[in-house]
Design a binder for this molecule. Structure first.
Ligand code: ADP
Length: 258
């Protein structure tokens, strides 16, 4: 469904050009859940911005459903880490979720039905009339996810989506995203710096090298579904995968230092 072919990205500044991504190739199948991990500053956020058409590639291409991505594709939705800045404080929860639909769905009742459906999907119907600042961090991030889902995307892309919430909320949001993938059949790509999270969420984990980032390893996660925060994390295979990924990241950092 998504093909990344020889993708390269450099940022130009007065001090010259910084190469962040070099010749990256990978594919994501329809309905797959892929996590991307790598050393800090490797270029993970840059990769997501290129995938979602927010930044132009310097070389190579991203192809979604056979079409080259050169602008944000309508069938893709992006959720960023910083939910407190992504929601508009003067709009209610429902109005925040409705905002990106105004272009797409002209009929107001149809729009409101779509808002209701996506708030229901993230368990937030009771907060419909509240304002973002009246909600906890985890609830605000649910609103951001509902807003992304309201457009009925085929691909959900998330950049460190749970980095700013406490551990309990993080676990709940991880399980929510698993349920959404299962119920809606969407393809999900998540960037995370959390190795446990990548194993718990993913069907596959892509480990990146240090900048300029390339693929260091593609690791299949063959853990049974539905996953459970306690049972899955106690499986010997979970421990083996997390140790392997930690080791790969350590080698990526060490390789860069030498
Ligand atoms: P990660 O998400 O893996 O921590 P980023 O993609 O945020 O990495 O950043 C990778 C590198 O690219 C960093 O050195 C960062 O300073 C640089 N960078 C990121 N965004 C920009 C930008 N808009 N302009 C110039 N340099 C950038």
């Amino acid at each position: 469904m998504l093909k990344v072919q020889a993708l390269s990205k450099s940022y130009d500044s007065d001090n010259g050009s910084v190469k962040v991504i070099e010749q990256l190739d990978f594919e994501v199948a329809r309905g797959e859940f892929v996590c991307i991990v790598g050393p800090s500053g490797a270029g993970k956020s840059t990769l997501l911005r290129c995938l979602s058409g927010l930044h132009p590639a310097s070389g190579g291409s991203v192809v979604l459903d056979g079409k080259v991505v050169d602008a944000p594709p309508p069938q893709m939705a992006v959720v960023f880490q910083d939910y407190s800045r992504s929601l508009l404080p003067w709009l209610t929860v429902a109005a925040n979720v409705e905002l990106p639909l105004k272009q797409r769905i002209k009929s107001k009742p149809d729009r409101q039905a779509a808002v209701r459906r996506s708030l229901q999907a993230v368990g937030l119907v009771a907060a419909t009339g509240m304002y973002p600042w009246q909600l906890s961090g985890g609830m605000q991030q649910r609103v951001a996810i509902a807003r992304a889902l309201a457009c009925e995307p085929q691909v959900l892309v998330m950049d460190e989506p749970f980095a700013s919430v406490d551990a309990q909320t993080r676990a709940e949001l991880e399980d929510l995203v698993h349920e959404l993938r299962r119920d809606l059949g969407i393809t999900v790509l998540v960037v995370t710096h959390d190795i446990d999270e990548s194993v718990y969420l993913g069907d596959r984990v892509i480990v990146l090298t240090h900048r300029p980032c390339r693929i260091r390893e593609l690791i299949e996660v063959d853990l049974p579904h539905p996953r459970d925060q306690i049972i899955t994390k106690q499986l010997p295979e979970f421990a083996r995968l997390r140790a392997r990924i930690a080791d790969e990241i350590r080698k990526a950092v060490a390789g860069h230092a030498h």
